[in-house]
Design a protein around this ligand. Sequence first.
Ligand SMILES: Nc1ncnc2c1ncn2[C@@H]1O[C@H](COP(=O)(O)OP(=O)(O)O)[C@@H](O)[C@H]1O
Ligand SMILES: [Mg+2]
Ligand SMILES: [Zn+2]
Length: 381
Amino acid sequence: MENFVVSARKYRPSNFKSVVGQGHITTTLKNAIKNNHLAQAFLFCGPRGVGKTTCARILAKTINCEHRTADFEACNQCDSCQAFNNNASFNVHELDAASNNSVDDIRNLVEQVRYAPQQGQYKVYIIDEVHMLSTAAFNAFLKTLEEPPKYAIFILATTEKHKIIPTILSRCQIFDFNRIQVNDICEHLKYIAGEEKIEAEEEALRLIATKADGALRDALSIFDLIVTFSAGNKLTYQETISNLHILDYDYYFKVVESLLAGSISNVLLLFDEILKKGFDGHNFIIGLSEHFRDLMVCKDPATVELIQVSDSAKERYLQQSQQANMSFLLSALSLCNQCDIQYKSSKNQRLHVELTLMKLAKLPHAISLAAVAQEETKKKA
Ligand SMILES: Nc1ncnc2c1ncn2[C@@H]1O[C@H](COP(=O)(O)OP(=O)(O)O)[C@@H](O)[C@H]1O
Ligand SMILES: [Mg+2]
Ligand SMILES: [Zn+2]
């Protein structure tokens, strides 16, 4: 069997340019290299899987590269770059503070810092999850961080910036990494699918991107998982929703259709079908709220961009939003919201959701009655 390399490793960016969605950081780092104005201590903050370690390694590689490109990227060819790419460079040291957080671990590191690099210009120390270091370890580290030798660069990374003590914060140049936008993740997945010769439906990739919640690594892991389960080289929307156990958004469209038609029976039957498929009533109501929100956002051309769906799906949202008026959407959102808040304390949760659905189905009628009444009073006045 061919050796399977997970996509997150196989497609680890090899230069600044290929890092997705962190332009503000890669540009600043490149400029610092260009102007020879590199800080000696950095703090990379941000959620998991958005490129902190990746950027730290690229920085280490780039500043040690023997033939940097005109664009201040690593050449990926010189001996130093190759050593980095094979994880064999002596100029980069990684310490995972989550598992090595004692004073001794830091003392070891501080000891190493005393030796200048044999080859290349810089030694880079990456300390991951730096907020996990014990107070004593922090203190043992402070002096080195304060006055590091010229060849040493420290990159501290953390997912929890608020846990970093001020003495460290004030000694570092701070970079805040973004969660990655659904669109950017989607594009990246499309590229990888292309490289892997996998025919992927855009809707499927979008779903994965949404599920990953801003973390590119998670998106790649989910992608691998579903590709493994799928037969052949196809990745379909249907397969993805069943694998991820996500409710097909088609249901929300159907539910709203029935609501607008005022059909209580239809909507109860749909809800029954959803429960039978093993979905949870609470998630359904939250999903329905999001659907109402998306319809509302589609009402105004200025906000249409706020829905993050594929072009074909967007058309469907636009159509349905035309059929629902603003009063309906606002009241519907508020009813769903109440249902969501009270869900946990309800003794009969199924009935609780059903009651909300019944009220929702009566909304269009109630709203039109109210409008008629208003007209009448206007006429009389
Ligand atoms: N911004 C990004 N651009 C491209 N790939 C990324 C990005 N962020 C994460 N990845 C992918 O996820 C993997 C893990 O990223 P990593 O840099 O270790 O994340 P972090 O250190 O922020 O948790 C990388 O090898 C890469 O495949
Ligand atoms: Mg990391
Ligand atoms: Zn090089």
